[in-house]
Design a protein around this ligand. Structure first.
Ligand code: S3P
Length: 177
């Protein structure tokens, strides 16, 4: 196994879990949204506002292509990254893909008070539509974890258990928290 790729809808905890997981593995952590911010010098919100989603997706694919060449990193993707089959293929080629799931209610609870995401500005119905449309894609992950009722430590520990099962030698010495 060379990389771990976290996918899932906005608010499922990809970045927080990814950081903690990378610490536990002593691997580097990369967040595709942060990388896009670094190369464009703009926040995700600003890219959407000034240049639109198409430009954001094209920057995202450039970042994915580069990250997919690296080894032993934990990658937290944006919620829409793997909807592009080419991104999925590149990330999955060298990585174990772990899908983080959360119910729509839980997601709305989590992001409710600090919602700066351009694609979550619509009505509850619009968000629900986006969430529903994407579930089939996320479900193709190598492993799915329902985070709805779990805290970060529990999710990280579940991923570490999966990794130990997958590769006893490489991960046998990793602490469980
Ligand atoms: C998006 C998710 C966001 C960010 C952008 C688009 C999406 O990332 O990439 O706003 O299409 O779901 P997070 O999932 O980290 O919020």
């Amino acid at each position: 196994m060379q990389n771990i790729v976290l996918i899932g809808f906005m608010g499922t905890g990809k970045s927080t879990v990814g950081k903690r997981l990378a610490q536990a593995l002593a691997w580097d952590f990369v967040d595709t949204d942060n990388e896009i911010g670094e190369i464009t010098n703009l926040s995700v919100t600003e890219i959407f506002r000034r240049h639109g989603e198409t430009r954001f997706r094209s920057e995202e694919s450039i970042v994915v292509a580069r990250l997919s060449q690296l080894d032993h990193i934990v990658i937290a993707t944006g919620g829409g990254t793997v909807l592009n089959p080419l991104n999925w293929k590149a990330l999955a080629h060298k990585g174990t893909v772990i899908g983080l799931h959360a119910s729509l209610e839980e997601i709305l609870n989590r992001i409710g008070h600090k919602n700066d995401r351009p694609l979550l500005k619509g009505s509850k119905e619009e968000i629900e539509k986006l969430w529903s449309e994407r579930q089939g894609c996320y479900a193709q992950a190598d492993y799915m974890i329902d985070t709805s009722q779990k805290n970060i430590d529990e999710v990280v520990s579940e991923i570490l258990t999966i990794l130990r099962r997958l590769n006893n030698n490489e991960f046998s010495g990793i602490a469980n928290d």
